[in-house]
Design a protein around this ligand. Structure first.
Ligand code: ZN
Length: 289
């Protein structure tokens, strides 16, 4: 059963405010045929083409991953895509009546709940597509490093370090499956440091940000609407959530064991391109031999 693609049984929608643009939007997840992949549609723009959730359509990675085509953009796709990848959803059309999905509570949990409410549908006429590697792939840049090895038991391990006394070093790893994603990853919220708030304001970032959709790390206190962290190591789990969302841009279910240190959207996307290239070569060799 797990070798077939999946889509939704029925359409589901959520409404809220976008984290960076501050724009209200409704996001609608619709069932899609096998081999469609995940595609975004800007329903508020005339003659807008579908924007495939693929790495070659990434146009920006500052504080979030932005997709674009013909000047039309979708900001901050990573939490939505993380929810899709976390549930192993292959095919869906995602309609958006604004430039950015709603931030909801800053995690992927509201999207996961909506998708589960829509119900997952196995597509027996579509064989699941996997990303397999011919050999380990390494990436190092600045203080970030990634290593992926071929593995039929996929797993991701993430380390996040920051000099802030309330963070320092957090590590988290888990096998990739929907149960682990739902229990360990989906609820981890976006976070930022209090000293960044002025920078965001000056640069027009996080216009929709508030304690409703982000955890703010102050000099000696963590501020959250819920007055507690959802996990003691919620920050590294959110890094995991973001990384899985960016790797969903490969459009295939991962068959890798990955260790990532100090991941972030720019590095995630650069690494995803290396994985895509290696996996494509492997498929080509297999077809020709
Ligand atoms: Zn995030």
């Amino acid at each position: 059963m797990e070798n077939f693609q999946t889509t939704l049984q029925r359409e589901v929608s959520l409404r809220g405010i976008g984290l960076h643009t501050g724009c209200q939007s409704t996001i609608t997840f619709r069932p899609a045929p096998p081999n469609t992949g995940i595609r975004f549609f800007r329903t508020d723009l005339p003659a807008s083409l579908p924007i495939p959730a693929r790495v070659r359509f990434v146009v920006a990675t500052q504080r979030g991953t932005t997709l674009g085509l013909n000047g039309h953009r979708i900001h901050t796709v990573e939490h939505v895509l993380s929810a899709c990848a976390g549930l192993s959803l292959d095919n869906a059309d995602i309609l958006l009546d604004g430039p950015e999905p709603p931030a909801m509570d800053g995690s992927a949990l509201p999207f996961v709940r909506a998708l589960l409410q829509g119900g997952l549908q196995t597509q027996k006429d579509g064989v699941k597509r996997f990303l397999r590697l011919p050999h380990p792939i390494r990436y190092e840049s600045d203080a970030s490093s990634f290593i992926a090895e071929p593995s039929e038991a996929p797993e991701i391990h993430v380390t996040y370090t920051h000099p802030h006394v309330l963070v320092q070093r957090q590590s988290f790893g888990t096998p990739l499956n929907p149960d682990a994603y739902l229990g360990e990853i989906a609820g981890a919220r976006t976070f930022c440091f209090q000293e960044e708030l002025e920078f965001f304001k000056k640069n027009g970032l996080a216009k929709g940000g508030s304690l409703d959709n982000a955890v703010v790390i102050g000099p000696d206190k963590i501020h959250t609407r819920e007055n507690r962290l959802r996990y003691a190591d919620e920050f590294v789990r959110h890094k995991f959530l973001d990384l899985l969302g960016d790797l969903a841009l490969l459009g295939r279910e991962l068959k890798i064991k990955l260790r990532a240190v100090r991941s972030g959207h720019t590095h995630n996307v650069a690494f995803a391109k290396l994985l895509e290239e290696a996996a494509r070569k492997l498929r080509k060799n297999q077809t020709c031999s």
